[in-house]
Design a protein around this ligand. Structure first.
Ligand code: GRF
Length: 216
């Protein structure tokens, strides 16, 4: 990354432990990003400590204080606007964003999900993969649309499920691959190598397949 190039201003939304957040904090300048703010919907989460330790501004916006997804979305927008960010990076944020919020940041929100999307949207992906005796599992970075876990894929890392795998071994191995693909996707964004239009993604002017860029 050219040191003089402008860093891409991002907000990171979390709800928990924040291991993906930590990787992005550690690598932010190499990746060409600047984490302007970390927002959580829960006050007591370790991810907030990680941000505070680095003097990154934090916001807690408790969804339970709002009567609807829409009013929560409006408050989120108001809190985030002053930080003038270009992208919102969801890293274990366990709330579905309102349609209005997603439209406001159309094409500017990315998420990481522990499955090979479009397979296994939603929760408990490791459990469901094991129950269905899948041969492969993985993690996906994708653009966010109004539908849950549904936007076009940017990058996907695939791993083979072992006969001895449990929910916990899969969770550990998936997190390890998440920690390499999320930084990769962010560096592509900061280097302006990605284009997102009509729910399709181009990397270096090449249209990516539905899976996104695949690493196995
Ligand atoms: C990750 O596994 C991610 O795929 C999912 O939430 C988890 C967040 O983990 N969306 P962490 O808080 O980054 O450790």
């Amino acid at each position: 990354m050219d040191k003089k190039a402008k860093l891409l201003p991002v907000a990171i939304f979390i709800s928990g432990h924040g291991s993906n957040l930590q990787i992005l904090i550690d690598q932010q300048h190499q990746l060409g990003i600047e984490i302007k703010v970390v927002l959580s919907n829960c006050a007591q989460v370790f991810g907030l400590m990680r941000a505070k330790k680095e003097n990154i501004p934090t916001i807690v916006l408790d969804h339970e204080a709002f009567t609807s997804r829409e009013t929560y979305g409006l408050a989120l927008k108001e809190m985030i606007l002053p930080f003038c960010i270009d992208y919102i990076v969801l890293a274990g944020f366990m709330r579905i964003l309102s349609a209005d919020f997603v439209r406001h940041y159309a094409g500017k929100i990315i998420n990481i999900h522990p499955s090979l999307l479009p397979q296994y949207k939603g929760l408990n992906t490791h459990q469901r993969v094991l129950e269905n005796q899948e041969a492969y599992h993985g993690a996906t970075v994708h653009f966010v649309t109004e539908k849950l876990d549904d936007g076009a894929n940017i990058i996907q890392a695939v791993l083979a499920v072992q006969p001895t795998d449990t929910v916990s071994t899969l969770a550990n191995r998936i997190q390890m691959i998440e920690h390499s693909i999320y930084p990769m996707a962010l560096s592509w964004l900061s280097e302006k190598r990605l284009k997102y239009e009509n729910n399709q993604v181009w990397l270096d002017y090449q249209l990516l397949p539905q899976s996104g860029w695949v690493i196995s």
